[in-house]
Design a protein around this ligand. Structure first.
Ligand code: SAH
Ligand code: SF4
Length: 378
């Protein structure tokens, strides 16, 4: 260790790179250059980079320059930051490095959906899914390896939680997906509906959203094009309000007992009445509404009585409903309801004036659909 730990260590965030500490500039020059021991610029937030720029004795505007290189020009090495002098680049290289998440393996579905598989360290893997339709190209990103929650109908839930993703691993999925797009393609919407529960990793998710939405130096995807889906951590719902994103709540049941069975963990922590109250009091922006997702499970939650109850539960909440017929996976305990049952369910809701959409999941042949993330197809 060189000298006393000082404030420079404060730019080493996200718990992974707490290595180099030095009290004054000259100490930089004495450091051996060991890339893996240097802070990863992509793992630093705005303030961390500003602190680094300050410590290097550079003017503040360099903070934006460096950030633009990382997120807009996609610099993968410090040497390509061509508006820094060679001397400054060499200097920066002695204190920091750039390590993106590894390039994904891409699986193509017959319906145009592409699944991106990212191998992380320790044999861990995450997935993102690119879903085209006639108007949009949506990227579905993961927020955890596995999931904190244990919903009975979800393959990811069966994995348990391996670990939370860091902010740069969430942003990295978007950047990697943009990198594999074909000419003329552009990601138009982003949904946090991949592996994991966003509200169980809210700090990293918030930080990722700020880098993704920033127009000055970040990816510039507007917050209104982003939807964060939660299994229903009612007490944390308000944390999403400041982000300007759309909120989707996975309701999936119409009685507390039913939800206890289908989503035991989250419903024990925040029972259905508490969740609905949090939705009712959620500070929705003008013109916005909540989305409720409802996975239709044959014989479990798909009866006309369920549909009737659902209309009552949602009364007075500005919302729309996405019905998701259950996507089966090898070993799943549930079945997709027959089409006529789905239609009947939908009609009851429509009859009560609710805005209902049927979300036919895409990418089923590559296990890229909702609730199928977590295992490779055989
Ligand atoms: N953890 C968050 C976001 C990821 S899950 C959440 O639960 O909201 C995204 C959506 O997929 C949720 O609405 C969830 O209810 C749904 N889902 C999970 N497993 C499914 C399956 N096997 N078939 C259809 N939808 C599923
Ligand atoms: Fe986790 Fe969402 Fe799957 Fe539930 S549905 S286990 S919260 S990913």
């Amino acid at each position: 260790m060189l000298g006393e730990p000082n404030s420079l260590s404060s730019f080493l965030v996200e718990g992974e790179l707490t290595i180099v500490r030095f009290p004054h500039m000259n100490a930089f020059k004495k450091l051996p250059i060991v890339d893996s021991a240097l802070p990863n610029l992509l793992a630093l937030n705005f303030q961390d980079i500003a602190n680094l720029v300050d410590k290097l004795g550079w003017p503040f505007y360099r903070t934006h320059q460096v950030l633009r290189w990382l997120y807009q020009h996609r610099a993968r090495e410090i040497d390509s930051m061509s508006n820094l002098s060679k001397k400054d680049r060499d200097f920066l290289k002695t204190v920091a490095t750039i390590i993106g998440i590894p390039a994904p393996t891409v699986m193509q579905s017959q319906d145009g959906t592409r699944k991106l598989l990212f191998s992380l360290e320790n044999n861990l893997a995450i997935e993102s899914v690119l879903i085209p339709d006639s108007k949009r190209l949506t990227l579905c990103v993961s927020t955890q390896v596995g999931c904190t929650v244990d919903c009975r109908f979800c393959l990811t839930g069966q994995m348990g939680l391996k670990r939370n993703l860091k902010a740069h691993e969430i942003v990295g999925q978007v950047m990697a997906a943009q990198d594999i797009l074909e000419k003329g393609e552009r990601i138009t919407s982003l949904v946090f509906m991949g592996m994991g529960e966003p509200l169980a990793n809210i700090d990293a998710v918030s930080e990722a959203v700020s880098r993704i939405t920033n127009t000055q130096w970040g990816l510039g995807i507007p917050a209104r094009r982003i939807t964060i889906s939660t299994a229903g951590f009612a007490r944390r719902l308000k944390a999403l309000a400041g982000l300007g994103v759309n909120v989707a709540v996975s309701l999936n049941a119409t009685t507390n007992e039913q939800r206890d069975v289908l989503m035991p963990m989250v419903n024990k922590l925040n029972p259905l009445p508490e969740l609905l109250e949090a939705c009712r009091t959620y500070p929705l922006d003008r013109g916005k509404r909540l989305t409720f997702e409802y996975v239709l499970l044959s014989g479990e939650n798909d009866s006309p009585e369920d549909a009737q109850r659902l209309t009552k539960l949602l009364r007075g909440i500005r919302c729309k409903i996405n019905l998701i017929p259950f996507n089966e996976f090898p070993g799943s305990l549930f079945r997709r309801p027959p089409d006529e049952v789905i239609e009947k369910f939908q009609n009851v809701l429509r009859h009560h004036g609710l805005d209902v959409f049927l979300r036919e999941s895409r990418g089923r042949d590559i296990l890229g659909a909702c609730g199928q993330l977590g295992k490779l197809p055989a």
